[in-house]
Design a protein around this ligand. Structure first.
Ligand code: ADP
Ligand code: ADP
Length: 228
């Protein structure tokens, strides 16, 4: 589903953030990218949704070189959730969730109906939270809205960059469990960045263990942990 072919990224100042990555993520698979800060995880993610361009190699999504995919179409195919999701502060939770599909051409009434379903799916009752504004939510709730919004265009691919990194450990564990349940239903192809090894173990079908600019191991969690 996602295929990296000899992908490298050297920033203009000469920093080699990613060095010759070749790997594949299968359809419906969740791969966690784990490793210390500065080893190239975020750079890897940003190249998939073309926030930055690789300096070598190419990335295919569903067999197609993403450099050739129209940016609007790419946004329809790839959802993105980051640590501090940027919600529109002057729009309600429901509107925040409905805006993206609406921009992508879904009729307003249908986008709102879908938004309500998605809020339910991420554990936010739309009749309670739909009319709230982002500043009336807890951190964990805002991240849930971010996940709902990323799912709103029904993209086959989901990029999650430390989505639960800024919430306290108890809430984080709750969000992880909910996200596993959600993934069992929606079966997206997911790249999930974390520097928390426990999170990577809990969520990943496979873990991509990063060293400086490269993946040192790509295996199911049990194997990474050295189980026989
Ligand atoms: P991670 O997500 O694993 O923390 P990053 O992909 O953010 O790692 O960064 C990888 C390396 O690239 C680091 O050395 C970082 O300092 C460097 N880097 C990231 N963004 C830039 C940039 N815009 N210009 C120069 N170097 C960068
Ligand atoms: P969490 O532990 O999930 O971060 P908080 O302690 O931030 O939760 O919030 C606890 C509850 O209070 C949440 O259910 C949240 O909806 C509600 N809440 C937080 N801030 C506001 C607010 N400004 N207006 C209304 N309800 C709020």
């Amino acid at each position: 589903m996602i295929r990296f072919e000899s992908v490298g990224k050297r920033y203009p100042d000469g920093t080699v953030a990613v060095d010759d990555l070749t790997f594949e993520v299968a359809e419906g698979e969740m791969v966690t990218l784990v490793g210390p800060s500065g080893c190239g995880k975020t750079t890897t993610m940003k190249m998939v949704n073309r926030l930055i361009e690789p300096t070598s190699g190419r990335i295919l999504v569903d067999g197609e070189d993403i450099a050739r995919v129209d940016p609007v179409e790419l946004r329809r195919r790839i959802g993105y959730v980051i640590q501090q999701v940027g919600l529109f502060p002057h729009r309600s939770v429901l509107d925040n969730t409905a805006t993206v599909p609406h921009l992508l051409g879904v009729k307003k009434a249908q986008a709102r109906k879908r938004a309500a379903e998605l809020l339910d799916l991420v554990g936010l009752d739309p009749s309670v939270f739909g009319d709230r504004y982002p500043d009336q939510l807890s951190g964990g709730q805002r991240q849930r809205v971010g996940v709902a919004r990323a799912l709103a265009a029904d993209p086959p691919v989901l990029l999650m960059d430390e989505p639960f990194g800024a919430v306290d450990p108890v809430v984080r564990e709750h969000l992880q469990n909910e996200f596993l349940k959600l993934q069992a239903q929606v079966r997206k192809t997911v790249l999930f960045v974390t520097h928390d090894i426990e999170e990577a173990v809990r969520l990943g079908d496979r873990m991509a263990v990063y060293g400086e600019g490269r993946i040192e191991q790509l295996d199911p969690p049990a194997k990474v942990l050295g189980a026989p």
